[in-house]
Design a protein around this ligand. Structure first.
Ligand SMILES: *[C@@H]1O[C@H](CO)[C@@H](O)[C@H](O)[C@H]1NC(C)=O
Length: 297
């Protein structure tokens, strides 16, 4: 019996390695068992299908939440969410990035429920070095309870882009040049939660949670962090759904809006934006925040 030649052995080794990477890549894709930990609510957070689906539920006694195991410094984070259906008034479902501490950075998606037939409000905010007060709110152009939709945060050194089904709804630019702090030094985790906020969430707090409808359930799938994972000693930029080598994987690092993106953003802001801190002269009677004077894109 003859042994395989060294050249043949090494090419077999490469095939084995490649297969290993592909298998690892796909089994890692959005696996909640590997990527997140449940932080509160005990069995109100449940993971199904070998890590492919996660549900949060809310009852009279508690909501629930989870966070990513990793901390990220810049990246593109995608999550597919199906929101609480029916009468979701008083409930808030969240998906956000946040660092820790009193001068924390935070990038928020919060979904404020409503009575049956009335639209959810998508509430967004950006905190840098502990300062927020940058709310923009939207209605959606679809019913977010009927199917999963993709909510994404692109966070690079130049800007933060909020996307819904890949349509940009908001951009927060890096305007450090005019003295506005930009999140860039504090690694953030991904957080999600479902909780009761009927003191303020729905129609200004006038509509309360109808506990006869409990438990309320929101579902999450296809979490993908195409991002730079930060540990105390290292930083590595990878994707949780691929081997991290294709061009597509690093597009977020320089992502900006092109003409089509600007058009879509204008369309969303014109037709679906219901609150913009940048136009709230009553609230900022001493003068609008300086970033509001710059172009929104
Ligand atoms: C609920 O519906 C009302 C009426 O359509 C709307 O004004 C409001 O923005 C909706 N969202 C919330 C969270 O109240």
């Amino acid at each position: 019996m003859s042994l395989a030649s060294p050249a043949k052995l090494s090419s077999m080794l490469w095939v084995a390695l490649l297969l290993g990477c592909l298998v690892m890549g796909s089994s890692k894709a959005g696996n909640f068992n590997q990527e997140v930990e449940v932080t509160w609510g005990h069995d109100r957070a449940k993971i199904f299908n070998g890590g492919q689906l996660l549900t949060l539920s809310l009852d009279k006694y508690s909501g629930a939440g989870f966070q990513s195991k990793n901390e990220y410094l810049f990246g593109r984070i995608d999550m597919q969410i199906k929101l609480v259906a029916g009468n979701s008034a008083g409930t808030v479902t969240t998906f956000y990035l946040s660092s820790q501490g009193p001068t924390h950075d935070e990038i928020d998606f919060e979904f404020l429920g409503n009575v049956t037939g009335e639209p959810y409000t998508l509430h967004t905010n950006v905190f840098s070095q502990g300062k927020g007060n940058r709310e923009q709110q939207f209605h959606l152009w679809f019913d977010p309870t009927k199917a999963f939709h993709t909510y994404s945060i692109v966070w690079n050194t130049q800007r933060i882009i909020f996307l819904v089904d890949n349509i940009p709804i908001r951009v927060f630019n890096n305007l450090e040049s005019i003295g506005i702090p930009f999140p860039k030094n504090q690694p953030m985790r991904v957080y999600s939660s479902l909780w009761n906020a009927d003191d303020w969430a729905t129609q200004g707090g006038r509509v309360k949670t109808d506990w006869t409808q409990a438990p309320f359930v929101a579902s999450y799938r296809n979490f993908n962090a195409n991002a730079c994972v930060r540990t105390p000693s290292s930083q590595a930029c990878t994707s949780s759904t691929s081997t991290g080598t294709s061009l597509q994987d690093s597009a977020w690092q320089v992502q900006a809006l092109d003409a089509a993106g600007r058009n879509r953003l204008r369309w969303v802001q014109r037709k679906y934006m219901i609150y913009n801190y940048c136009t709230d002269l009553q609230r900022f009677s001493q003068g609008l925040p300086p970033e509001c004077k710059r172009s929104r894109f």
